[in-house]
Each structure stands twice: as structure tokens, then as C-alpha cells.
Design a binder for this molecule. Sequence first.
Ligand SMILES: CSC[C@H]1O[C@H](OP(=O)(O)O)[C@H](O)[C@@H]1O
Length: 410
Amino acid sequence: MATSLKAIKFDRNSRSLHVLDQLLIPFQEKYLPIYSISDGYAVIKKMQVRGAPAIAIVGVLSIIVELNYLLKPQGAVVQTYYDIADVENFKNVLIQRIEYLVSSRPTAVNLSNACKDVVQIINHSSTDSPNTLLEEICKYGTKLFDDDLTNNYKIGENGAKFILDNLKQQNYTGPFSVLTICNTGSLATSGHGTALGVVRSLWELSKANKDTEPSTKKSKTNDGSAGDAWLERVFPLETRPYNQGSRLTAFELVYEKIPATLITDNMISFLLDSIANGRVNQPPVKAVIVGADRIAKNGDTANKIGTLQLAKISSLYPGILFLVAAPTTTIDPLCPDGSHIVVEERPADELRKVKGGIRDGDSYKIINIDVAPNEIDVWNPSFDVTGHVLIHGIVTENGVLTKTDGQFSI
Ligand SMILES: CSC[C@H]1O[C@H](OP(=O)(O)O)[C@H](O)[C@@H]1O
């Protein structure tokens, strides 16, 4: 299978949108055309597209492709939602369809923030021309896409330097490992990633420490002096029940040739114990880097289910940084703390069944298999909320937020 890592393909001339069906990764690479807000809702709801930044981008681009088609002669004939001749009706119906889009996944704030921005554009636009409104929304959507990629590289560098600087302050030298959960890479964003973007940048930045003699070290930490530690291995968690870790993050790490060892979500404690007592001969874990779907004003963070457990366990091991990596668009200043975050619950069958691939020649056939009795009740929260007390830093494109007297000032 090709190793394309682009989750989203948007042609800015034709304004056509295609998304990678992530339910099929790593077994098949298939791009799905998106023609409308309804298509955007469907791929986000089904998690064919997932990742807080990616769903915001696809959401806004689906608005653009809907309007772009609707405002063409052939589109006007088949559309059934809008009365283009009545601008107020047009705007009101468009806002209603955007509100429907936001309901696809309630926890990640990026989608609702981006859609709020588009509604602002609609409500404050001075134009009565749907075509002019389309151009205004298109300008916003392409900037959202471009800014996400730019921000991810900044997040990556800020996080990598923070980790290396922290290790230098600990006088730690040599190889180290990191843990991560879910998928927060190119498949969850416009590219590079957030937490996995920190891993990518850490791999590049610290490689210099591994490859050169102390006297000629090139890698720089925040204080500008050469660092003496380097990333040796990544431990991605499988991340049941959707398996973003085993299917998506493992795929990205193999693609990047970054050494990685996949573990199940229930191996965290034994891995950390086994490294500490020498049962497992791997470099010590010195950082846990996770993504975010919504960061409250006090730093409490909603992220993939399993993140809270990872934070609690790693807090028992001295010297392990627990970092959240996310663009500032994931911060919700209107949410005072984690108790106010709505946690999406997903369909029971996503836990009772597992999707996998059966080799079929040089390709795979996708199958669903039952892994639990159909009659069993299921609780399937897609996220959990990690208290700010367990978080050492929040890595953003503007720098790393840290606590003073135990409190974040966001
Ligand atoms: C940079 S992705 C942020 C966030 O989104 C993922 O959730 P999902 O796969 O359900 O969309 C996961 O929680 C990531 O940490």
C-alpha cells in the first residue's frame, strides 16, 4: 500500500475535497469524495476522518464544497435546502446546516470553534451575494488548513526543545523513550501532527546528539547549549477500542522509520516497572506526550479514553514529564474546568467488534469480527478528562504553558 500520510486533500482550484478513510488504515488506502455538509458530517461521525484539528478542517471545507457546488447552474438545480434568491433564507439555512455539522462530535472544541468562526463570517458579511460569501468562507477555510500545518511544526519544535531542556536540567545523558496514546500525527491534522509532531521533531532534533561526539554536538536545547540526550524509542499504546495507536500511529512511525514498540493499554505499569528493574532492556521513559480534544481554562484536558489512566500511572514514576500537545485552537476559554466538558459516548458495537484486514494476495480484505457477546451491555466513552494537577506542560505553537503554584494561567 502507498505510504501516503495525507488525511485531507483539497484542490483549491476546483474546490474538490477528498478524505482518507481511516477506518481502512493500515490495510487499504482509499480516498472518499466529499460533496456536501452532509458528507462531511457522515465521515466525521463515523470516524472515517478523526482527530480534533482534522475534523475542524474537514468540517469547514465541507461547507465550502457544498456552497461551491450549489452556486453552480447544475448545483442549483439539484439542491433542495436553500432558496438562493432569498439571502436571509440562504444564510439561515446555511447556519442550521453548520449547527448540524457541529453535532457530529461534541467533545473536540476545534470543530465547534471553526464553525462558530464561519457563522460569524455569515452574520457579519456585508454582502448579499452568496458567491461573495463563499469566497469569504473559502479564505477562512484555506487559512485554517495552512495555519494548522504551520502551528504543528511550531508545536513539534517547542515540545522537543522543552523535553531536551528538561533532561539537560536533570543532567540526563544518553537514550530515552517516550509513551504516547491514540493518533495525533499527520492522520489527525493537516500534517506533522501535535503530540506525534513533537515525537517527529524530537527524533530529528535529538538525532544529532546520537550521531556526533560530545565535542561536536549540534542539537540545541532552549538555552542554546548542546544537549546530551536523544530519543531512542517510542511506545505507542494500541488505544482500544478504535485502535488509533495500533492502526494509525504505528503506521506513521513505521513510515517515518522511528523505532517503536507497540503495547496494549494495560501494559503501561508493567512496562515502566520492567524498564526500571531491568527486566526489559529499553531506555527509560522520560516523557509521555498526548494530544487534546478540549483544554479547559484551568488546564484540565479531554483526550482519548485511556489518557487519564496513562497520566495517573506515569505520575507514580519520578522524572517522567506528562505533556499535552495541542494548537491554541483546542483551548476552550469558556470552559472553566474539566467537569464542564461533554464526553462523547460512541456506539456499543465499536467495542463489541474489531475491524481488521485479511491478506488477500498483495492487498487486504477488511473484515469485522465479534470480540464480545452481542447481548453484553457496553460503556464506550470516546474520551476522558485528565486533571491539570497531572499535567506538567501544555505545548502550543506559542510555547509551553507551565504551572505556577500548581495552576495554569491560560
Ligand atoms: C491531534 S488529534 C487530537 C485528539 O483527537 C483524537 O480523538 P479521535 O481519534 O477520537 O478523533 C485523540 O483524542 C487525539 O488526541
